[in-house]
Design a binder for this molecule. Structure first.
Ligand code: SF4
Length: 724
């Protein structure tokens, strides 16, 4: 039996795993006792990874050979890798030469490794000359990126997991950590056991398992987060709980925010959020950390995730929360700071290589001419195009309008996960040539592919990922790739090398990689002198010293746990910025025709569109079937019993699923888990086309700054379905 240290491929906690294998079969998995994210623990998903890798149905569902469809209604037929890559190169070259570089797009995934991401990003921006590279991480954390940059000056979570053990107050807002980041929640429980003085506040419209463990649950009205944070700041200001010295020494822009929050009186905040004034006062006192006389200011750590990010005002929500930390000096010290949790295992790595349509490597901005010039020089090309690329929703909208002719989708399933499925499916139908690079043949998106390319997956790949606390871990291969599956970086490199021969013949090759380590070494060089400098980090150091946090510049032996301890921020004057933002209600408010607020989210035991977790019966123990959850009073009012089938209808589509009772929901609120695809939830678009899953309903409206769509809220109506 062999043992291989690697990283869990599910959530952003980034737990270390030890893979047990025999021959080319993965036989077991256990938590890596030496990994600083989990110290040997695994949750229900991580601890069953070996079963998802070995289940017979998984083998059946694996895409093992390149496959081509002669036309969209035809069954896919196998072809050789050479034929497949020739076809792909021909069709991408044709689109570029006929319609220009912006006629092609690449839609990637926070589950790709950093090396995979790097090659795709360089292929698009340096070789083809388009910034049409985006990722499902746009649906996950782009508001956190925009929030950090607007306030602290860089996309860098300043805290670390160890801070859980130092905090006196945890402010968990827009995150169901107990289900979405289970091992982190175990650490929160440890911290509470170790120090019963730890206070946990949870701001969430639902009484989730996380909220049930809180000392104070703030069941705010959906979308009212900014009003809550402004209201808390108003209270702290009135009570004299701000850290005036910190504001004076390390920030700018407080005066405008002070004027802004003047109107968020306790009464007005209570009206906007639905929270009681005493609850608001309690939360403000605990957050400020001055309520234990003689002990100084106790540290407050905020944890937040999709409840803030997946919003049409996602940037404002992130930044308004960070305002609270800056105003109280709750940052840059043990146990304090605004700590955004990433949903996916490598959403951070994608940010680091600049694998989004508005970014360039090492936290450079596409909009910055100096940054474009730096990367053009580094990559050895005349220029990086100035024209911003299309973000996720924009890319599919452009394809639906016929502007994008060739689309390359890697390791993600937009035909299930993107909002407004009618739009996305129209885009996939209309696009002339769709390549899907995937491990599994059964995703909804695979059904739209002209060309299917088999990719390796967890247990078969080599590379790196970065977790929520900026910690880079190795992903290692335990078994050989099945069939003819190839690594994602390798497929991207081959496309690049073939296109290079046609688009810039005779010039210096840009993609001379034969191992992922070569890609890593080039990537880390882009970070030299930047805030995330990792020039001191090599595969050899990761092998000998284990996972490391960035920054880790050359000459240092280990990374930095916490940022901004000196109070200096990566802005022009070294000061953090207060973000003066109005409170905006949700993009699609409830009305008479659509009177319910629909929230979408995760189950504890499923992952994304279930490509992997859906193959294992035991992971259906928590939730055997999809449901639309409502408070028992709402069920009664609608004349429904649990289990009755219900039409859930938004302005874009309608789905049918059984009703279930959840006392944790408020009045006029409904909740549906996002994992269930077409095998489980069928429906129709407003025009009558067949659709599936909760994203038949969701809105494509997005935050103007981060371009992250509002997956957490849309207005729906509910009607009991008549049985035939
Ligand atoms: Fe994997 Fe996340 Fe569970 Fe850790 S908490 S084992 S990273 S799914």
């Amino acid at each position: 039996m062999r043992e291989t240290r690697s990283t869990c491929p599910y959530c952003g906690v980034g737990c270390g795993v030890v893979i047990e294998s025999k021959g080319e079969q993965i036989t077991g998995v256990r938590g890596d006792p030496d990994h600083p994210a989990n110290f040997g623990r695994l949750c229900s998903k991580g601890s069953t990874l070996h079963l998802t890798a070995s289940a017979p149905i998984t083998q059946h569902a694996r895409l093992l050979f390149p496959m081509r469809r002669a036309h969209r209604d035809a069954a896919p037929q196998p072809l050789s890798w050479n034929e497949a890559m020739t076809l792909a190169t021909d069709r991408f070259e044709q689109a570029i030469r006929t319609h220009g570089p912006d006629a092609v797009g690449f839609y990637l995934s926070g589950q790709l490794l950093t090396e995979d991401y790097y090659v795709f990003n360089k292929l698009a921006k340096a070789l083809i000359g388009t910034n049409n590279v985006d990722t499902n991480s746009r649906l996950c954390m782009s508001s956190a990126v925009a929030g950090y940059k607007a306030t602290l000056g860089a996309d860098a979570p300043p805290a670390c997991y160890d801070d859980l053990a130092h905090a006196r107050t945890l402010f968990i807002t827009g995150a169901n950590t107990a289900w979405a980041h289970p091992i982190l929640f175990r650490r929160i429980e440890d911290a509470k056991r170790a120090d019963p003085r730890l206070r946990i506040i949870v701001a969430d419209p639902r009484r989730t398992d996380t909220a049930a463990a809180a000392d104070l649950h703030l069941p705010l009205l959906p979308g009212s987060d900014v009003a809550l944070y402004h209201g808390l700041l108003h209270l702290m200001l009135a009570e004299g709980w701000l850290d005036r010295d910190y504001i004076e020494a390390h920030t700018q822009g407080f005066e405008a925010l002070r004027v802004r929050v003047a109107e968020f009186t306790p009464r007005e905040t209570s009206r906007l959020t639905g929270l009681t004034e005493p609850a608001l006062l309690q939360a403000a006192a605990w957050f400020a950390g001055l309520d234990a006389p003689g002990e100084g200011r106790s540290p407050t750590l905020s944890l937040y995730c999709q409840g803030l990010n997946q919003s049409a005002s996602g940037t404002a929500k992130n930044a308004a929360l960070i305002n609270l930390h800056l105003a109280t000096g709750q940052i840059g010290r043990a146990g304090a700071g605004p700590f955004s949790l990433t949903g996916q295992p490598n959403a951070m790595g994608g940010r680091e290589v600049g694998g989004l349509s508005n970014l360039l490597p090492a936290h450079r901005d596409l909009a910055n001419p100096a940054h474009r010039a730096e990367m053009a020089a580094f990559w050895g090309v005349p220029r990086i195009p100035e024209q911003p690329g299309k973000s996720a929703v924009e890319m599919f909208k452009a394809a639906a309008e016929g502007q994008i002719k060739a689309l390359w989708i890697a390791c993600t399933n937009p035909a299930q996960s993107m909002p407004d499925q009618a739009l996305v499916r129209e885009a996939l139908r209309r696009c002339d040539f769709v390549v899907v690079q995937e491990a599994f043949s059964t995703t909804a998106t695979a059904a739209f592919a002209d060309l299917l390319l088999p990719a390796t997956t967890w247990g078969e790949k080599e590379g790196t990922v970065t977790n929520s606390e900026r910690r880079i871990s190795r992903v290692r291969r335990a078994v050989a790739a099945p069939g003819q599956a190839r690594h994602d970086w390798h497929i991207a490199t081959e496309l690049a090398q073939r296109l290079e021969g046609r688009l810039r013949p005779g010039e210096m090759p840009l993609f001379d990689y034969s191992t992922p380590e070569q890609v890593w070494n080039e990537h880390r060089e882009t970070t030299r002198g930047r805030d995330l400098d990792i020039t001191g980090l090599s595969y050899a150091l990761l092998d000998s010293a284990g996972p490391q946090q960035w920054p880790l510049p050359a000459g240092q032996a280990s990374g930095r746990a916490r940022l901004y301890e000196d109070g200096v921020f990566p802005t022009e004057d070294g000061r953090a910025r207060f973000f003066d933002t109005p409170f905006e209600p949700v993009a699609e408010p409830r009305d008479v025709r659509h009177p319910f607020s629909l929230n979408t989210g995760r189950l504890r035991d499923q992952w994304h569109g279930m490509s992997r977790t859906g193959n294992l019966g035991r992971l259906f123990g928590q939730a055997p079937e999809p449901t639309v959850d409502l408070h028992p009073h709402e069920l009664q009012r609608l004349g429904l019993q649990p289990g009755d089938l219900v039409h859930v209808t938004s302005r874009r589509g309608s789905i049918v699923l059984p009703a279930a009772a959840d006392e944790g929901l408020g009045p006029m609120q409904a909740y549906i888990a996002m994992h269930w695809g077409e095998e489980f939830v069928s429906g129709r678009s407003a025009r009558g086309e067949p659709l599936a899953g909760v994203n038949a309903l969701t809105t494509p409206r997005y935050c103007p700054r981060s371009k992250q769509p509002e997956l957490k809220h849309c207005a729906v109506k509910l009607l009991k379905a008549e049985l035939p």
